[in-house]
Design a protein around this ligand. Structure first.
Ligand code: HEM
Length: 373
């Protein structure tokens, strides 16, 4: 077992423990944070975070889970302060060594991430929220509901990346992965139904601004950190991408869990699944299918997977377009540093890849249709 697996932070048991924890005794202050944000009361937010910062000796006594919970709560305050204008760390300089130490202990960036804001956030009365608005709760839930599935999905992608594309088990594994990715569609549907682009653009977006810690600019805990792009990397993007999307991945990967960063490094150095499929088909798709009967079910399963990703991305692009409409938005680009144009480019790339999985099998299918019954 690798070191990163030993401290796998995404496991459901760890997640449940982290949610329960309140190492800084911050429950009440976190609740008050909503009111301070409503009144843009920076002095109150600064005073609160000053009162919460633990000493390094205290941090040394924390479990790994307590380190994560402490980062979660400090991070919510820092993001809140930034929302109202000032860079937070210079206002509470004693927080910086603690952030660095918590980042080191957890092997994550030295600020809170979307994992802290959603999965590791308690639910019910102790839920940490910037605004307290039910629409924010829907957004948190939309991400919370997908993470366990993406975690399973990424491990399935790892198995696919090591499997022969003609192996009969390949299609079964791919369909399992697709079932997990389908939760992304349910998630975005929930957001479209319950979160207005106005609320996101005018009220929430500002809390996901970047902050600077020890000279390093760190992005806020937004949904763009949900690693659908990591599934792309295994399936097609490691060798079929474009420079902007590659850069977006490089910028996003540091915010993911240690295990997922390991997967990214591994997949980046090997041919993607789709490339292997296309190579297996070669110049003679019909002959390839005759020699390898498992090939066509694999291609069809990959096509189904990409279809689901395209459905998510299409609906997601719809709400992103509205929230970043020039008349509504306060920021020209997303908190992940990317534009709606990039999102459109990613949808186009996914569609082009889906064609690659259809063309070889498609030509064989067309020929089969022409055969007399
Ligand atoms: C009001 C709702 C939302 C808006 C306005 C929005 C907007 C955006 C924007 C502008 C980006 C570009 C990257 C950046 O932020 O700089 C992005 C990326 C992304 N968002 Fe969202 N988003 C929303 C909700 C969600 C939800 C609920 C999820 C998933 C549960 C999600 C998942 C992603 C992913 C995975 C990316 C990376 C690009 C990709 O893989 O297609 N977003 N989003």
């Amino acid at each position: 077992m690798t070191r990163t697996l030993e401290i796998e932070l995404g496991s459901s048991i760890r997640t449940a423990v982290i949610r329960e924890l309140d190492p800084l005794a911050a429950d009440a202050l976190c609740f008050d944070m909503r009111r301070h944000n409503e009144h843009a009361d920076v002095p109150a937010l600064v005073a609160a975070v000053r009162g919460l910062v633990p000493s390094l000796d205290e941090v040394a006594g924390y479990s790994l889970e307590a380190c994560v919970a402490a980062m979660r709560d400090l991070g919510m305050f820092l993001g809140s302060i930034k929302r109202h204008g000032p860079e937070p760390v210079p206002l509470v300089p004693e927080v910086q060594p603690v952030l660095l130490e918590l980042g080191r202990r957890t092997d994550m960036v030295p600020r809170d991430t979307v994992h802290h804001y959603t999965t590791w956030n308690p639910t019910g009365g102790r839920q940490r929220m910037y605004t307290g608005d039910i629409q924010e709760a829907y957004l948190q839930e939309s991400v919370r509901m997908v993470f366990p599935h993406l975690r399973e999905g990424l491990e399935l992608a790892e198995r696919l990346s090591g499997s022969d594309v003609a192996d009969p088990k390949f299609a079964v594994l791919t369909d399992e992965l697709t079932a997990h990715v389908e939760t992304m569609v349910s998630s975005i549907d929930m957001v479209v139904a319950n979160v207005s682009p106005e609320f996101f653009a005018r009220d929430l977006r500002a809390y996901f601004e970047e902050i600077t810690v020890d000279g390093r600019v760190l992005l806020g805990p937004a949904a763009a950190q949900v690693p659908l792009w990591l599934i792309d990397q295994a399936i097609w993007a490691s060798d079929n991408s474009e420079p902007e999307y590659e850069q977006f991945l490089r910028d996003s990967v540091p915010y993911s869990l240690p295990r997922w960063r390991e997967l990214y490094d591994h997949w980046t150095g090997i041919p993607s699944v789709v490339t292997r499929l296309v190579e297996a088909y070669g110049d003679d798709p019909d002959g390839a299918e005759r020699r390898m009967p498992g090939l066509r079910p694999s291609a069809e399963a990959l096509s189904r997977l990409l279809r689901v990703i395209i459905v998510f991305r299409g609906r997601h692009l719809g709400i992103a377009r509205k929230a970043y409409d020039a008349d509504l938005r306060l920021y020209p680009v997303g908190s992940g540093g990317a534009s709606v144009d990039l999102l459109r480019q990613i949808v186009d790339l996914t569609r082009t890849t889906a064609q690659l999985t259809r063309r070889p099998a498609g030509s064989a299918a067309a020929r089969a249709e022409r055969r007399p019954a």
